[in-house]
Write a protein that binds this ligand. Structure first.
Ligand SMILES: Cc1cc2nc3c(=O)[nH]c(=O)nc-3n(C[C@H](O)[C@H](O)[C@H](O)COP(=O)(O)OP(=O)(O)OC[C@H]3O[C@@H](n4cnc5c(N)ncnc54)[C@H](O)[C@@H]3O)c2cc1C
Length: 402
């Protein structure tokens, strides 16, 4: 059977691994517009700090050759002819398939701020983006940058830029960083300890209203509870979220959901023999699951690959988890930590001196989410306990909680 995987990101790579583990008799092609084979996106900030691209690529080209995978780099797929079972690239190359898996991911969302398009806006999505950001940072005279957004990417960008002498300002409309991974108390705690170690200014509860460009320099106009103010900087980075590029799916005639390619719980699209997974899909509501994160992309792609192999398995949803280390601070967020009602917070540790924060979130007596800052103690167990929605008694017994 000939399988073509479009995309070499977390979903595409997870699918290829699943194929390799489960079936020997496949002809696998992985095609990507990226000039590099798979790399984990959370570590590309290291390139801004000076790391070489080859050092963030986990599996060199030789790995694909050794595993009999036809890896096609630097080619964008622009068409899918499902009637004749082939995909076509920008340069006219045709690749035949029996089964096709689309894992084309997402792209940065650029907010409609007046003036934003009057000059370069830097976004971090790929190795090449990171190289461009590094080049700009090294040539930045005033060393002043602005990062729009206060999520994971912004924190990674702030960390990378601080380390090469750029002082970024993060603007976010939320009252604290990492709104999807932290509760209010955790956000306040994280910020307090981050403040000590990063050369970054935080403007919370603020929105960027306007950008006025003057050659390489720009004036940023922000609005907060006090009013409108302005400051100057030289370098604008956007990390306000993601959106889907549905052009390929649209052209192929695939049914779209609200945002992206519509798939059923087997990760099948509306067309025969075509599957999709990761950031590129819209699978409807799976309570507790989150879109736009690596665990979801990996799980969905594994399910898609197994279904391609005829296993008939449904996607069960994904318990989200994120771990990162910023300025020496470990941060882990597992499951749902932003539930609005009926939540009981237990096992709370808030220790500024040791820089440790821990909170467990229970709903209907079941463990639904965990935040750990400054510690990785019991991380594995807490992840497993959240996955199986353990009771407080089980958690207490396993972790010796008071
Ligand atoms: C800098 C950064 C840090 C992140 N950190 C975290 C984190 O700490 N934790 C977390 O859970 N998530 C994180 N994320 C989000 C996470 O990386 C994504 O959710 C994940 O990459 C989605 O995987 P995917 O395979 O669906 O898409 P992607 O990884 O985006 O891969 C899409 C692939 O498709 C290719 N492609 C697209 N269109 C075409 C086309 N027409 N033809 C050929 N190839 C095409 C692209 O080149 C790429 O190879 C981060 C994202 C970024 C950018």
């Amino acid at each position: 059977m000939q399988v073509v995987v479009i995309g070499s990101g977390h979903a595409g790579f997870s699918a290829v691994n699943t194929f390799l583990k489960n079936e020997e008799d496949l002809e696998i092609t992985m095609i990507t517009e990226d000039p590099y084979p798979f790399y984990p996106r959370p570590i590309i900030y290291k390139i801004i700090q000076g790391e070489k691209p080859e050092n963030v690529i986990r599996y060199p080209k030789k790995w694909y050759i050794d595993h009999n995978i036809n890896l096609v780099l630097n080619k964008r797929v622009i068409g899918i002819e499902n009637k004749d079972n082939f995909v076509i690239t920008e340069d006219g190359t045709k690749l035949s398939y029996d089964k096709l898996l689309i894992t084309t991911g997402s792209k940065p969302f650029i907010p409609p701020i007046p003036g934003i398009h009057d000059g370069p806006v830097y976004c971090l999505r790929s190795i090449d983006d990171a190289l461009k950001i590094r080049k700009k940072a090294l040539n930045c005279e005033t060393k002043k940058a602005t990062i729009l957004g206060g999520g994971l990417l912004s924190v990674e960008l702030a960390k990378a830029l601080s380390e090469i002498g750029i002082a970024p300002t993060i603007i976010d409309r939320s009252p604290y960083l990492l709104r999807k991974q932290l509760d209010g108390e955790g956000g306040y705690f994280f910020n307090k300890i981050l403040d000590k170690s990063l050369d970054t200014r935080f403007l919370f509860n603020s929105t960027c209203q306007k950008i006025q460009r003057n050659g390489e320099k720009m004036t940023i106009e922000i609005k907060d509870v006090i009013g409108v103010s302005k400051y100057k900087c030289e370098f604008l980075l956007n990390a306000t979220g993601i959106q889907n590029d549905n052009s390929l799916a649209n052209k192929a005639g695939l049914t779209l959901g609200k945002y992206a390619i519509s798939v059923d719980p087997h990760m099948k699209t509306s067309m025969k023999n075509i599957y999709a997974a990761g950031d590129a899909v819209d699978i409807g509501s799976f309570p507790g699951s989150k879109f736009g994160i690596i665990p979801t992309a990996i799980d969905q792609a594994r399910i898609a690959a197994l279904n391609i192999l005829g296993k008939e398995i449904q996607y069960p949803g994904t318990v989200p988890w994120t771990t990162l280390k910023v300025a020496g601070i470990d941060l882990t967020s597992i499951g749902d930590v932003t539930m609005e009602s009926g939540v009981e917070e237990k096992g709370v540790v808030l220790d500024f001196d040791r820089g440790i924060y821990r909170k467990l979130f229970f709903k209907n007596q079941k463990l639904r989410g965990v935040i750990l800052i400054g510690t990785r103690e019991n991380l594995r167990s807490l992840k497993d306990l959240t996955m199986k929605k353990a009771s407080f008694q089980e958690v207490k017994n396993e972790l010796n909680l008071a």
